[in-house]
Design a protein around this ligand. Sequence first.
Ligand SMILES: Cc1cc2nc3c(=O)[nH]c(=O)nc-3n(C[C@H](O)[C@H](O)[C@H](O)COP(=O)(O)OP(=O)(O)OC[C@H]3O[C@@H](n4cnc5c(N)ncnc54)[C@H](O)[C@@H]3O)c2cc1C
Length: 416
Amino acid sequence: MRYSAWQVIRQGLTGNRGWAPVWRDPAPRPAYDVVIVGGGGHGLATAYYLAKNHGITNVAVLEKGYLGGGNVGRNTTIVRANYLLPGNSEFYSHSLKLWEGLEEELNFNVMHSQRGVINIFHSDAQRDAAARRGNAMLAQGDDAILLDRDGVRAMLPYLDFDQARFPIHGGLYHPRGGTARHDAVAWGFARGADRLGVDLIQNCEVTGISVEGGQVRGVETTRGAIRAGKVGLAAAGRSSQVAAMAGLRLPIESHVLQAFVTEGLKPVVDHVVTFGMGHFYISQSDKGGLVFGGDLDFYASYAARGNLPMAEHVMEAGVALMPMLARARVLRSWGGIMDMTPDGSPIIDRTPVGGLFLNAGWCYGGFKAVPGSGWSFAHLIATGAPHGPAARYRLDRFARGDLIDEEGRGSQHNLH
Ligand SMILES: Cc1cc2nc3c(=O)[nH]c(=O)nc-3n(C[C@H](O)[C@H](O)[C@H](O)COP(=O)(O)OP(=O)(O)OC[C@H]3O[C@@H](n4cnc5c(N)ncnc54)[C@H](O)[C@@H]3O)c2cc1C
């Protein structure tokens, strides 16, 4: 069924009884051309673009839980292309362009809202860094506007400009940045892939990867063995565990990242705003909740929940920037498992095992990457060659010392 305003009216007048399931629920077949491990944003987008761009439709996405139950449905929904370094810059620029046509492409409302991202800075040194980043964004063909203090005040009057512990000097404004409804992105790609013939198989955990003579032959799952000519790993926070099934040791540690949402409030925060003197960022959902987050909990963990010290740290940073936040009641917090690489940048590459491909290391920024990553990973799997904007996301860059270290933190997983 194609979604349209006409369908909404028609179904509304007939008791909403005519909506078809959004995707099929097939049993796994014994063999596929391509198996994708992980039904998150990246796995689903990869399957969609394999079918759409390359005509490869004999594909299964294997998901151990339910589609969209991982980080793709747990993030704070920020979509942006404000990166500095070659490698990241062209990749996220490509991804943002795909976002801008995604709803038409998928015939699905992912509520992509280009409300603008503003990174606040609090010193002359930070202004210089923001100007440099803005120039890199402009050079890449994206948008960036350097705001002075009055410019920020005109747009974000609710921040603390008068008695702030860290006075606001200005902000880097990225108008095309914004947010999207996270789980709708998973559902939209799932529906698109299903319509092109991809089998989306839920409650199917991959428990082993079959390798013979250095070549992948398929996977073992809780629903039986499945043969495959090619296997793509897109298991996000579980990447190290899944890759270990093929004997690979990845340069990844898994850490938990928390997020928070308040009670619904009248519209007040109409951009995405980040604090420059602590790790804190905030936006407001369409339901009115203030959605915010900050740093990783500083220990490796596979528990998708965080601890109170980081909750306190994030609240402190938030109130320092925006004192009225202290009056809002926090309704919920949650966590997701981040696959952190030593340089904070991802991996889209072949592996030493023939036919086994890796998509991992998205750290805390992989939601915005979903369309670009799916496009590039599908290209790699289909052609065997890296896709231009993702060509620097190589697995061997850590051995070669050729890092894409956006934050300049060095190889400290817990500082990215
Ligand atoms: C609190 C929080 C806030 C964030 N905020 C942002 C943000 O604002 N902007 C942004 O760009 N990014 C953000 N991120 C990061 C982003 O969510 C992730 O980088 C991205 O979603 C990871 O890719 P994915 O969607 O494919 O992951 P997932 O949705 O986690 O998909 C991986 C899937 O693999 C499945 N899987 C694992 N092991 C197996 C197995 N053995 N067999 C079968 N299936 C398996 C899992 O069940 C899971 O569904 C945030 C993350 C968190 C947790």
